[in-house]
Design a protein around this ligand. Structure first.
Ligand SMILES: C[S@@+](CC[C@H](N)C(=O)[O-])C[C@H]1O[C@@H](n2cnc3c(N)ncnc32)[C@H](O)[C@@H]1O
Length: 239
């Protein structure tokens, strides 16, 4: 899968792209990420990409001209255009179903804003899909682009060691949360691993996980006994 990130700060991605799963996915040619500096499409010699808003108000607005030029030039890098995503707090909320839907594209272009955001004609003229990572305001779209990449690549075949990871996890079904997980040691600071997980009884483990997952999804609290038996306090109880 190919991602083209259009940003004023491509260097912000360096650490992120060179570590862990994403590093391997790039090395194994499962994912390709191209970083483009929007300033390279500025029309003047000072590489100006922003200007004051008409009507007054705080801050600067990203100008339509360099953004149109950048998006059109990057789209033309491949015969088939990619899905253009505009990262904006005003967009459709990123959820697991939207992540899955985005992963079905062969190519995504991620347009990162800065300052007070984009000239409205970017939205009107380029007709992007507008995506928000939540009801809060980040300083720029770069972190939001990383969130999109980080979530979408989990659906690219071969990126995760175990493909079941994406189907078992929280939100793989709407509202469903994963069961609690434990690893060694068996007892840590008086908290023991639930006996059922050590029983070797696969059916009992599966049943326990299902119950825990349902209870957690329903917002129930957890009650760890000394022996470490985790129980949902009540399916309807407070978390
Ligand atoms: C400081 S914000 C601009 C906020 C804009 N003035 C507003 O009130 O909607 C700068 C850029 O960060 C990105 N951004 C901020 N919060 C975001 C969010 N929740 N989801 C996606 N992108 C976001 C967008 O690209 C935005 O253009």
């Amino acid at each position: 899968m190919r991602f083209d990130v259009l940003t004023l700060f491509p260097d912000l991605f360096q650490g992120y792209l060179t570590q862990s799963l994403l590093k391997l996915a790039i090395q194994n040619k499962l994912v390709q990420i191209n970083l483009w500096n929007i300033r390279d499409w500025a029309a003047d010699k000072h590489h100006k990409v922003d200007d004051r808003p008409f009507g007054g108000g705080p801050g600067m607005v990203l100008m339509a001209e360099p953004l149109f030029a950048a998006v059109e030039a990057v789209q033309a890098k491949e015969a088939e255009p990619g899905q253009l995503i505009l990262l904006t707090p005003a967009g459709e909320r990123l959820t697991q179903p939207l992540v899955r839907e985005l992963s079905e594209h062969k190519r995504l272009l991620l347009l990162c804003g800065r300052y007070e955001g984009f000239d409205e004609r970017v939205r009107l003229g380029l007709k992007p899909r507008e995506v928000s990572i939540g009801d809060f305001v980040c300083n720029g779209g770069e972190v939001a682009a990383m969130v999109v990449i980080d979530t979408v690549i989990r659906y690219v075949p071969g990126v995760l060691g175990d493909p079941e990871s994406v189907t078992e996890e929280s939100h793989s079904d709407p509202g469903q949360l994963e069961y609690p997980q434990y690893t060694r040691p068996r007892v840590f600071r008086d908290m023991a691993v639930p006996e059922v997980l050590l029983s070797g009884d696969h059916e009992a483990v599966a049943r326990w996980r299902r119950e825990q997952s349902l209870a957690r999804s329903a917002g129930a609290g957890w009650n760890e006994t000394k022996e470490g038996e985790s129980h949902a306090k009540s399916i309807d109880g407070p978390r």
